[in-house]
Design a protein around this ligand. Structure first.
Ligand SMILES: Nc1ncnc2c1ncn2[C@@H]1O[C@H](COP(=O)(O)OP(=O)(O)OP(=O)(O)O)[C@@H](O)[C@H]1O
Ligand SMILES: [Mg+2]
Length: 260
């Protein structure tokens, strides 16, 4: 199964806040080819989550076109080809871990591929023993791991992840980075990862896109030259650090401007 392409062409989106228009995207063009891995960095509040919600058809653009696998995003989402992990885990509080991961199958009226499929996902994110726990009984990082497992449940061809590792400690974050690289390399879903971690972006992606302050435009589009598979030792490589520094240099003036 091949990844699905995702494209934004001339996309505009503004929110109305107290009668005032707040432009968030003002003519954004972004093309994610089938099977590519794009990491998206940008200052807080610039419009990254909005872009992801548009790609899911949860928000509608005011102008421009968004295509997921050459289809309307909402229609594509309903086929089960799209996996999503939101910034805030978004688990159903009354359901246990297993049942939260099963949710996409229920929505689609489908069964998991194998009797142990949910068990495999739970092991993948290191939550064995917590199958029957409710979200309130988990830590923030554990909840995020449930959301990651759920995003992968239907073996998506388009994977949209909004800061999925934000609440994890460094060791766990690195482990999840390795797992995500493994899953992506095996199945090649087109992946869009929103993150505040420059090193994580460089480690995982084919290219890193830096967005400007709102309304978000593309400031930089940086191809990542490191060969795959990428070993954990890459995190200690001087070339890797050089590239991370270059990318951070694009972000810092934005962060200063947004805090003024
Ligand atoms: N439903 C909404 N109604 C009104 N304003 C909204 C809505 N959703 C987002 N916004 C506004 O749009 C802007 C972009 O928000 P968005 O959540 O896309 O930012 P972000 O880049 O994901 O930030 P962060 O890195 O902090 O998660 C913000 O100013 C936010 O207040
Ligand atoms: Mg966000």
């Amino acid at each position: 199964m091949q990844g699905l392409p995702l494209s934004f062409t001339g996309v505009k989106k503004a929110f109305q806040i107290k009668g005032q228009a707040l432009p968030v995207l003002d003519g954004l063009d972004l093309n994610c080819p089938a099977g590519s891995f794009t990491a998206l960095l940008g200052p807080s509040g610039c419009g990254k989550s909005t872009l992801l919600r548009l790609a899911l058809g949860l928000e509608l653009a005011d102008a421009g076109t968004i295509l997921a696998g050459n289809e309307n995003p909402a229609a594509m989402r309903k086929t089960g080809a799209v996996g999503v992990a939101f910034q805030d885990a978004a688990l159903l509080p009354w359901r246990n871990v297993e049942d939260n991961i099963l949710l996409p199958f229920e929505v689609l009226g489908r069964q998991p591929d194998s009797p142990d499929h949910i068990g495999e996902l739970i092991r993948l994110v290191g939550l064995e023993g917590f199958e029957k726990a409710r979200p309130a009984e988990l830590s923030g990082g554990m909840r995020q791991r449930v959301a990651i497992a759920r995003s992968l449940a239907t073996r998506p061809r388009l994977l949209l992840m909004d800061e999925p590792f934000g609440a994890l400690d460094l060791i766990l974050r690195r482990q999840m980075n390795l797992e995500l690289q493994r899953i992506w390399s095996a199945a090649r879903p087109t992946t869009l990862l929103i993150t505040h971690g420059v090193d994580e972006a460089v480690y995982l992606a084919d290219r890193v896109i830096v967005l400007s302050n709102r309304p978000a435009g593309i400031l930089a589009n940086i191809a990542i030259p490191f060969e795959r598979p990428r070993a954990p030792a890459l995190f200690r490589d001087p070339e890797f650090h050089k590239l991370c520094d270059e990318i951070s240099a694009w972000l810092e003036p934005q962060a200063e401007a947004s805090s003024r």
